[in-house]
Design a protein. Structure first.
Length: 271
């Protein structure tokens, strides 16, 4: 089977609040590195190994476009397809909606949209391809794994109130992939302010979503302990960021002074 053309949305507009909860240093987890490459680069790069990729959208926090470009390393430079960085909203759903609105305006043909967490740096092209293949059958697909641990329901009193049958339970991952027209329609009609994931939005509109085989390696970076030497990296990152801001501020001030100087001639008379 040939791989249909698709666009990818990498979500990286979150606050990383859980990741930074145990430290005084606040850095987005997607900007830190694992084995020489940033989390965001690793989450994005495998999509370029899949034939059919037609467009790439990265969501980021408001005002963090420059940091996001740096975290993407050379991807923005080598991309031969539309590659856009879009400021996100207050919620994940708002951020995805902003990315989808950008995709609506692109004069590039594609049939499917893949949405992937920028904090899942261990995805590989095989998982992407098999999820895309599953989506072509039903319209939507998500990588999933069966629950293997015993599951209990906790009561309001903090005591176990019930045993839950795990035979029909799964945990889902990303990328979640959907037919373009159906996903756009689902987001346009979704009544809630927030959703657990994009599959929830898709299913709420009455569309069918199946599963593909997920991977234990395709884990999400959530806590600072998920990245080796994260605290040291975060401290160095914040220091470099502050130095960069000071340098940029000094350069801006110098340009202002030079522009002001250009308004005067050598005799001291205003030109």
């Amino acid at each position: 089977m040939s791989i249909p053309p698709f666009a990818a949305v990498i979500t990286a507009a979150g606050s990383s609040s859980r990741f930074s909860a145990s430290t005084d240093v606040h850095v987005k987890k997607e900007y830190l590195s694992i084995d020489g490459h940033t989390v965001l680069y690793r989450a994005t790069r495998p999509f370029f190994n899949v034939p059919g990729l037609s467009a790439m959208i990265i969501t980021c926090p408001q005002g963090s476009e420059d940091e996001t470009v740096v975290a993407l390393e050379d991807l923005a430079d080598i991309a031969s397809i539309p590659f856009l960085i879009v400021p996100g909203g207050m919620t994940r759903k708002e951020s995805v909606k902003a990315a989808l609105d950008e995709l609506r305006g692109l004069a590039v043909p594609f049939e499917y949209i893949a949405i992937h967490d920028g904090a899942r740096p261990f995805v590989d092209e095989n998982l992407i391809i098999r999820t895309l293949a599953a989506a072509t059958i039903t319209g939507g697909a998500v990588p999933a794994m069966r629950v293997t641990d015993a599951v209990k329901r906790l009561g309001k009193d903090g005591l176990i109130s019930d045993n839950v049958d795990r035979s029909t339970l799964i945990t889902v991952q990303t990328p979640q992939i959907f037919r373009r027209d159906q996903l756009l329609a689902a987001y346009d009609s979704y009544p809630g302010l927030e959703a657990d994931d994009d599959a929830a939005v898709f299913i709420s509109a009455g569309y069918s979503c199946t599963v593909s085989r997920g991977s234990a390696e395709n884990r999400k970076i959530t806590y600072i302990s998920d990245i080796p030497d994260a605290e040291k990296q975060a401290e160095e990152y914040v220091k470099a960021r502050e130095e960069g801001r000071k340098s940029a501020k000094a350069s801006k001030r110098m340009r202002e002074l030079l522009q002001k100087g250009d308004e005067w001639d050598e005799s001291g008379d205003r030109q």
